[in-house]
Each structure stands twice: as C-alpha cells, then as structure tokens.
Design a protein around this ligand. Structure first.
Ligand code: NAD
Length: 339
C-alpha cells in the first residue's frame, strides 16, 4: 500500500483524501488542519488521523471535540508521499519540510511550475512523473485545456489554440470572494496566464488565452477554438472525444445547456459532493468549420484535478508504468464513467 498524507484538508485536500481512500493500492495515513473546523470533525469521522500545523493549538481542537494525532512533522514521518493542498503560495514554504523528511511531494496549480520542475496531467505526460520526487498537478482550468488539446493534437495536429475561460467567482463554500454583480476581466490584459501554464505540460502548443470572472460558484466554462493541420469532421471529433476516459459529452438530447443543470445531473448520478471529475464538452457545440474546431466545455474546478493527483501518486511511486492503467484504476475505484 502506498502511504499518502494530505497536507491541507480544504476544498481539494478533502476530495483527494477520499479519492486516495477509495483506491485499492493506497491508504490515507493522515490529513492536516490549521484550526478546528467542521472539516476537521469530518476527518475524524472518516477515520483519517488528523495532524495540526501548530501543536500548541492541540487544546483548542480537543475542546471542540476533535481528536489530534500529532503535528504535521509526525505525519510526514508516516508517509511515502505527501499531497500538498494548502492555499496557493503556502505550499512552496512546505518544501523544506518535505526535503527534511525525505518524502515525495505533489503540489497544486496555485504554486508555480518551479516548485516541482514537473507540471503534470495524466493524459499528457504521465511518464515525466514516473519515479519523480516532486510534481505539480496543474490548475483546474489548465487540466481541462490540456486534456482536450492533447487529444485533438495527437490526431489532427493543432496549429494554434485560442481559448476564453469564464471562471467561477468563488467555490460554493466561499464567503469572502466575488464578484456579486459584475463580469470582471481577469486579467484585463491579453493573453492570460493560462496559455503559458498549458505550455508547462504541452510546450509545443501555440496557445493564447483570455479570462474573466462571473458571479457563479459551480464550474468554469471554456470557449475553445483550435486551428487544425489535418482535415477533420465534426462526427470524427465527437467519436474521438467519446474515447477519452476523462472527457464526457453532454448530450444534446439531455437538453442541458448550463452548469446548473450539470450540477443537478451530478447530484442525480449520486456523485460525492456533486463532483464532476471529467471535463464536460457540450456535444452540440462541437463544430468543425474549415480548418477550425470550436467547442464549449465546462470544468468542475473542485473536482477535475483530484483524479490527476491520484495518477501522479502512482507515477511517482512507480506503481504502474502505464498512464492508461492508472487512469483506469482511478476511474474504476471512484466509479467514474464519463458522462
Ligand atoms: P482551501 O483554502 O479550500 O484549502 C486549503 C487548506 O489548507 C485549508 O484547510 C487550510 O486550513 C489549510 N492550510 C492553510 N495553511 C496551511 C499550512 N501551512 N499547513 C497545512 N494546512 C494549511 O484551498 P483549495 O481551494 O483547496 O486550494 C488548494 C490548492 O489547490 C491551491 O494551490 C489552489 O490553487 C489549488 N486548486 C484549487 C482549486 C479550487 O477550485 N478550489 C482548483 C484547482 C486547484
């Protein structure tokens, strides 16, 4: 069993912990919190040993009825690999600790590429992470872009990409972020950072991106345009998308044209936390016009990177040399059959 610790049990960390616990070849040896919270109580309830960043706070946790197993350093002594899911910028400060305890580490997209030197997406560069000590799983938006661009590039040779990200203002549990009533160009300058971030995984892709933030909490929406070298038809592209284990097609016959209806679908499917780990491409939007492919895809920001973290663990621990095998195992353990 691969012994996994999760440092930072928040939006991403709690999902990664549950996904690790579901795998046949992995176990959760600990999760960490900074303060007593409902999430800490849930960690106790799920049987994940709870470690805290500052052991001086132990009494506060215990007063709240939360059992503490020790501090983060003790957690690191018990694991083979740590998934750092602390807020962006905090993770890089933890690297010294991971080096000290000689554990492999995975960071999230809120950290810069340089923290690990390898930016990861299992459909694109699983082999780069094979046996590596440090890896960064790219952000939710970059994950969504990488999956579809790589798929299309392999068959049709993508000459250029233009993508606009319509981003959620906050995660559903957030109370401090907005906007409440505005469309915010974020950034107002073009290109946005997402294109260069895609290039940390797919360095040869010529891509320009723009981004804005809107008052919604569930999912981002991507508007994508790809210029193709090889001839394509809409029907063939749809067939190709159907073959990808982590890209779902939102069928026209469902009548779904929004993210709200996708959340309802995920909930009706019995997905934990209504999580959509797959990218959701709207079938009716997929159009080849001349040498261009156009499509809309919705990306569940809290979920798509979770499955990538699981594959990164397998690659780094050399559990399987085949990306496809790891993806299959991860999907099967979670019950992910793309929509
Ligand atoms: P979050 O704020 O929901 O959770 C972070 C957790 O880390 C919190 O529980 C916090 O208490 C804890 N924490 C803070 N400082 C800590 C420390 N020093 N040691 C241990 N724990 C600490 O954040 P999140 O949304 O889960 O984001 C985590 C990372 O994932 C970031 O890099 C972010 O950019 C990335 N990410 C977030 C999303 C998203 O939509 N939420 C999507 C993809 C990637």
């Amino acid at each position: 069993m691969i012994r996994v610790a999760i440092n930072g049990y928040g939006t991403i960390g709690k999902r990664v912990a549950d996904a690790v616990a579901a795998q046949p070849d992995m176990e959760v040896v600990g999760v960490s919190k900074t303060r007593p919270s409902s999430e800490a109580l849930i960690a106790n309830e799920r049987g994940y040993p709870l470690y805290i960043t500052d052991i001086a706070n132990r009494a506060k946790f215990e007063a709240a009825g939360i059992e503490v197993a020790g501090d983060v350093e003790e957690m690191l002594k018990k694991c083979d690999i740590v998934v750092d899911a602390t807020p962006g910028g905090v993770g890089k400060e933890n690297k010294k600790l991971y080096e000290l305890y000689g554990v492999k580490a995975i960071w999230q997209g809120g950290e810069k590429h340089e923290v690990a030197g390898i930016s990861f997406n299992s459909s694109c560069n699983y082999n780069d992470a094979f046996g590596a000590d440090y890896v960064r799983v790219v952000s939710c938006n970059t994950t969504g872009l990488c999956r579809i661009i790589r798929l299309i590039d392999e068959k049709y040779d993508v000459k250029s990409v233009f993508a606009t990200m319509v981003r959620r203002g906050s995660d559903p549990g957030g109370i401090k972020k907005g906007p409440v009533d505005a469309i915010v160009l974020n950034p107002v300058t073009i290109p946005s950072h997402h294109g260069p971030d895609v290039q940390t995984v797919l360095p040869d892709i010529n891509i320009v991106t723009t981004a804005m933030i809107v008052p919604t909490t569930f999912m981002h929406m991507h508007v994508l345009q790809m210029e193709l070298v090889n001839e394509a038809t809409t029907a063939d592209v749809l067939e190709l998308i159907r073959s990808h284990p982590r890209i779902g097609l939102v069928k026209g016959s469902t009548g779904i044209t929004s993210t709200a209806e996708l959340r309802e679908l995920a909930s009706d499917m019995g997905r934990p936390r209504s999580d959509l780990w797959e990218s959701c491409v709207y079938e009716d939007s997929v159009s080849v016009v001349g040498d261009r492919l156009y499509l809309f895809q919705a990306i569940h920001q809290e979920a798509d990177v979770v499955v990538e973290n699981i594959d990164a663990i397998r690659a780094m621990m050399k559990a399987t040399a085949e990306a496809g095998e790891s993806i299959r195992m991860t999907n099967e353990a979670l019950g992910l059959k793309a929509i």
